[in-house]
Design a protein around this ligand. Structure first.
Ligand code: CUA
Length: 161
């Protein structure tokens, strides 16, 4: 097939534009002070979280400036996140990978005022890597109806200096 040179240029420009759009979605700003780096996931046995990486959920330092946070959503709290379970504390200017799952029904994990937002689904792991900037406090809410106390299911991320 013969493609005119002029058309080739436009095809190339269109491709660059599309790739730009995709990368702006993957690497775009999540909200004030947060940048999205990566988002994917995996599976886990919701009946046996005790035998998985979610056995002892919490914040773990995995590099000089890198942290992993394992969060279990359950009726009606985030562990960690909800103050009774301990809020999520990460340092300013750190790269943080969240692994979120549920031990019962479908929940939401939405960081208020940002696009850091995922469903917490039993059997599935939602993975998101973001970069936190300046010290701040972010609220976490459950945005999927999950039962009587759904409206009270919330937590906090504190980005400390
Ligand atoms: Cu959990 Cu709504």
């Amino acid at each position: 097939m013969h493609i005119h040179r002029f058309e080739k240029v436009w095809l190339a420009l269109a491709l660059v534009f599309i790739l730009g759009l995709i990368s702006s979605i993957v690497y775009g700003a999540v909200g004030p002070g947060i940048e999205m780096i990566d988002a994917e996931g995996g599976t886990v046995d919701p009946q046996n979280l005790d035998e998985t990486e979610f056995a002892d959920p919490g914040v773990e330092q995995v590099g000089e400036n890198e942290y992993e946070v394992y969060v279990v959503a359950k009726q009606f709290s985030f562990d960690p996140g909800t103050p009774a379970n301990g809020v999520i504390r990460v340092p300013a200017n750190s790269e943080v990978t969240f692994y979120v799952t549920s031990s019962d029904v479908v929940h939401g994990f939405e960081v208020v005022g940002t696009n850091l937002n995922t469903m917490a689904i039993p059997g599935q792991v939602s993975k998101m890597t973001v970069e936190f900037g300046d010290p701040a406090t972010y609220g976490i809410v459950c945005n999927e109806y999950c039962g009587a106390a759904h409206h009270a299911m919330e937590g906090r991320i504190v980005v400390v200096p």
